[in-house]
Design a protein around this ligand. Structure first.
Ligand code: GTP
Ligand code: MG
Length: 457
């Protein structure tokens, strides 16, 4: 951890910039208390200051001029019982950007250095208060878009994933230790041991964890859902119905939606990232053609496609063209306008995917559509594309890697291959699991993960 020093003291504004009710400057490191002593002047002398875990009322003064910068509440968390396991000061000031910057400046002048993104949490990790999966959960909590996503993240912060991963890793290490001994000391009488049951158990557990991770990713990241269809079938009306508000403009004029609209709806806790698109058609004018291009891209980038058709008129060639673009992606055909006399059942369109009749206008069939979507999503038909900097997909990939190696180890064992073969795979599996909790994480990996945090976290 050469680039990560723990000996210096870091400081940052921990609340969002801008005007707010309060703002917090956070200081962590060996100089936290001396810095506090220089800047903070408790009211009524506060004899015991700084006693930890109390809130002190007083003022921050510029030590050079004696000028009062702000009226504050100050708390002190003493090492190791703090977020970073170092001495931590939190200065609760009035939430104006100037006062906060001024307090931060004084902290820096008094010997702190500016904290980097996620550096408080990084210190918590390096000092062993959180493992890597738990540190990543902190980020997930900050980013959670629905209550369910929050629950998943809080579970991870409490160490649920880490404990399960450690248990599997421990089992594999046991098997590995036996193999190593057998390889290294072939002439000693090491009592033969059958490691296949423990490998089978590891495989089962990894499989279960992966299934859980898949669901976790859905709740955390959401499902990108493109709403497509030819002009005027009711795509924007459907978006509005999901959001229960008039977000997109709806008119009887075909080609109303020109640009792509993206909004997140809460589908029983699953963030449904809905992308409303311009009706696909061979557009004449340039602006509309750009819109159509975007719709094509929206389909390509979607985890799930809602193909909307107008059930009150016969299917058209355009409906079929749009359907052709959906290809093999997970999709649902939404036969809209069921409040009007039905002119098509639309069975011939994407016959292999579920069809459902609704009215975006009256709301009829909407609960059934939502239930169908939850089913489709949680049944595992929808594979969620990785967000470029998401952390949970990282866990899933590592679990997958570990599972693969355990399977190969079992295969080698079954085929009676030399212990070396089994041992190589087990080592790889153990490594992969160690990367989840951070036991075997590289500096680069830490850099990638913690750079996603905000400063002050
Ligand atoms: N009767 C009835 N009319 C609907 C329904 N859904 C939408 N409409 C009407 O259909 C017209 C087009 O609706 P939009 O939601 O703008 O359709 P769109 O697919 O977004 O259209 P473009 O953006 O032009 O591609 C509007 O007049 C809506 O009021 C429905 O379920 N029943
Ligand atoms: Mg529209």
């Amino acid at each position: 951890m050469s680039t990560y020093s723990l000996d210096d003291t870091i400081a940052a504004i921990a609340t969002p910039l801008g005007q707010g009710g309060i703002g917090i400057v956070r200081v962590s490191g060996p100089e936290a208390v001396p810095i506090g002593r220089r800047l903070f002047h408790p009211a009524r002398g506060a004899r015991h200051w700084p006693k930890p875990y109390r809130l002190y009322y007083g003022h921050i003064r510029d030590p050079q001029t004696g000028r009062v910068v702000d009226e504050v509440l100050l708390s002190f968390m003493k090492a190791p019982r703090s977020y970073t396991r170092q001495d931590v000061l939190e200065i609760n000031a009035h939430g104006g950007p100037v006062a906060l910057r001024e307090i931060l400046r004084l902290c820096l002048e008094a010997g702190a250095r500016p904290a980097r993104e996620g550096e408080f949490t990084l210190r918590a990790f390096l000092n062993g208060r959180l493992d890597l999966a738990q540190a990543e959960a902190v980020l997930d909590i900050v980013r959670a878009k629905t209550e369910a996503a929050l629950r998943v993240a809080v579970g991870q912060l409490s160490g649920r994933l880490s404990q399960a991963v450690r248990a599997v890793r421990q089992g594999l290490l046991g098997a590995l230790a036996y193999l190593q001994a057998a390889i290294d000391f072939p002439e000693d009488d090491i009592p033969p041991q059958d490691i296949s049951p423990s490998l089978a158990e590891a495989e089962d557990r990894l499989q279960a964890l992966l299934a859980e991770a898949g669901r976790g990713i859905i709740y955390r990241q959401g499902v990108r859902t493109a709403i497509v269809g030819r002009p005027n079938v009711g795509k924007s009306s459907l978006l509005n119905a999901f959001l229960r508000q008039d977000r997109a403009i709806v008119t009887p004029i075909p080609g109303t939606t020109r640009d792509t609209i993206e909004e997140t709806a809460d589908l029983q806790g699953i963030p449904l990232v809905l992308v409303d698109t311009a009706g696909l058609t061979e557009a004449e004018d340039l602006v509309e053609r750009l819109g159509v291009e975007r719709s094509r891209r929206a389909i390509e980038q979607a985890d799930l496609v809602l193909l909307v058709v107008d059930g009150s008129v016969p299917l058209t060639e355009e409906d079929r063209q749009v359907a052709a673009l959906v290809g093999a992606r997970p999709a649902v055909v939404v036969v809209n306008k069921c409040d009007l006399p039905r002119a098509t059942a639309a069975e011939e369109i994407l016959p292999e995917v579920p069809h459902i009749a609704i009215s975006a206008l009256t709301g009829e069939g909407l609960p059934a559509l939502e239930a169908l979507l939850v089913d489709v999503i949680l049944s595992g038909q929808v594979a969620i594309a990785d967000a470029p900097r998401a952390s949970n997909p990282r866990h899933r990939d590592l679990l997958q890697r570990a599972l693969q190696h355990v399977r190969e180890a079992r295969q080698a064992l079954r085929e009676g291959l030399p212990d070396d073969f089994v041992s190589i795979d087990l080592t790889e599996a153990v490594e992969a699991l160690g990367e989840i909790t951070g036991e075997t994480a590289t500096e680069d990996l830490l850099e990638t993960i913690f750079s996603q945090f905000c400063i002050g976290k």
